[in-house]
Design a protein around this ligand. Sequence first.
Ligand code: ADP
Length: 403
Amino acid sequence: MSVTPIDGSVLVVNAGSSSLKYQVLDPRTEEVIADGLAEQIGEGQSRIKHWYRGQEVVVDGALADHDAAIAAVLDLFAADGVDVADSGLAAVGHRVVHGGRSFFEPTLINGTVRSEIERICPLAPLHNPANLVGINAVTALLPEVPAVAVFDTAFFHDLPDAAATYALDAAVADEYAIRRYGFHGTSHEYVSRKTAETLGRGYDELNQIVLHLGNGASMSAVAAGRPIDTTMGMTPVEGLVMGTRTGDIDAGIVFQLARVAGMSIDDIDTLVNKRSGLKGLCGENDFRSVLERADAGDESAQRAYDVYLHRLRRYIGAYMIELGRVDAIVFTAGVGENAAPVRADSLAGLENYGIEIDAERNAIRSAEPRVISTDASAITVLVVPTNEELAIARQAMEVAYGS
Ligand code: ADP
């Protein structure tokens, strides 16, 4: 079988605790060459969905760990006639969730960087260890290819001190690196820059509110190209109601669950991160089902939707005040890009604040950035699809080659 080189392309890796998402793309042409997801790694029955140049393959079988998953993915490429290890792949970009206080720029990975990512694992015990396993597994198989870590917290590194600081005993906070870091930064930066491009305006001219509403969800306030606040905090739990996370809750609930319900810290962690949010309120975290059930009169789905919207509107109001002048409100990610009712309801009745959604524009489905407010609306409301893989690939190339 002839071997196809995929020169100039970047492998983007996003390793979760039991999953591995990957994409091979050319950051210059934006062409996606391959895309895939390995799930339930280490859980006995695993599955890889692999898509290469228009062909999809699904492979079921056991993947003991991330090393095995990556080896299996490289085998799938080989079956397509692509020897990734020997193909001139230009760089690997790894999504790393938490950069702690150490990392605020995309960083070429070497032994020291790996040790530092390991050292900050306690700040993100659900994410960074998996990211590190992904880095180690890919490095072992592709040792010659420069690998770059792109941190989800980086964009928010310079949050104003007042927005980044918890009103916690300052010495304790300092000792344990407890502050608000923010997440989804790659997406917030990509989308806010794309918004300026779409509107034909300078990035530093615009004040924006960006709503990244996926399974995880966060909002940011970006003033003249600089983030001044974001809803996620030391961990991705804080802020908006999400698919399975609570978002903001009274910290006293944790004490109550430990003291009165006798739950362990690990159980509470799982409850807050995986069994709450929309799923906790109505049993499902897929937003499409929540909308369908609510439309059909299901009370728990309607309640979940109402709680979700209430939190969104609260933060939109807060960020309008923080920014003072808002030029653009931007929706992105699975829910933000696709759920027209969420966009309409979260900004309903705000005409006095200069926000007017155009119902017809809002109903249009498209993969392109688009304006959904009326021409008379003082604040422009947009849908701007996010593309974290492209942003990571571009940053990886820039760090590896300065291009
Ligand atoms: P993540 O990357 O955090 O896993 P995504 O950005 O892919 O999440 O968003 C996933 C969410 O988007 C799911 O809740 C899914 O139901 C929702 N979603 C996708 N398409 C639609 C749609 N047409 N209408 C409503 N929600 C949608």
